[in-house]
Design a protein around this ligand. Structure first.
Ligand code: AMP
Length: 125
């Protein structure tokens, strides 16, 4: 079943400038900004600028250039925020929720980048 995309989701509105955000990083195909309800000292969301509903949709439909740029942006944000072990940090966790079982709330693909302190066990149930 092909994916649809609801362009009224919160992140689409952020991309259009209809809802404020404070990007910490921007590339040609992606932006990164703080999560409004941080779960750790550092909680950044990285999203593609293109209209992709979830990870599954992104890897099926986004161009190679968009996918490469997205994952390079995630790495660049981790480096910029001092989390990358390769640059003296203590590491971080990436999470992406995709679809119903994951309880994905915002239907625009995003990666949560969590760190700045120990992030705990991978799941709680
Ligand atoms: P998920 O459950 O993976 O879809 O996560 C959605 C995330 O978006 C949650 O962690 C929310 O706190 C975050 N969020 C919702 N609205 C905003 C907003 N306006 N700016 C930044 N983060 C937001």
């Amino acid at each position: 079943m092909p994916y649809d995309y609801d362009d009224q989701n919160i992140f689409a509105k952020i991309l259009r400038g209809e809802i404020p955000s404070a990007p910490v990083f921007e590339s040609e195909h992606a932006i990164a900004f703080p999560d409004i309800s941080p779960q750790k000292k550092c909680h950044i969301l990285v999203i593609p600028k293109g209209p992709y509903r979830c990870f599954d949709h992104f890897v099926q439909a986004a161009s190679d250039a968009e996918q490469l740029d997205f994952f390079r942006t995630v790495g660049a944000v981790a480096k910029q925020l001092g989390l990358s072990e390769a640059h003296g940090g203590n590491g971080y966790r990436l999470i992406t929720n995709s679809g119903r079982d994951s309880l994905q709330d915002v239907p625009h693909f995003h990666v949560h980048l969590l760190g700045g302190e120990p992030v705990g066990p991978l799941t709680t149930s």
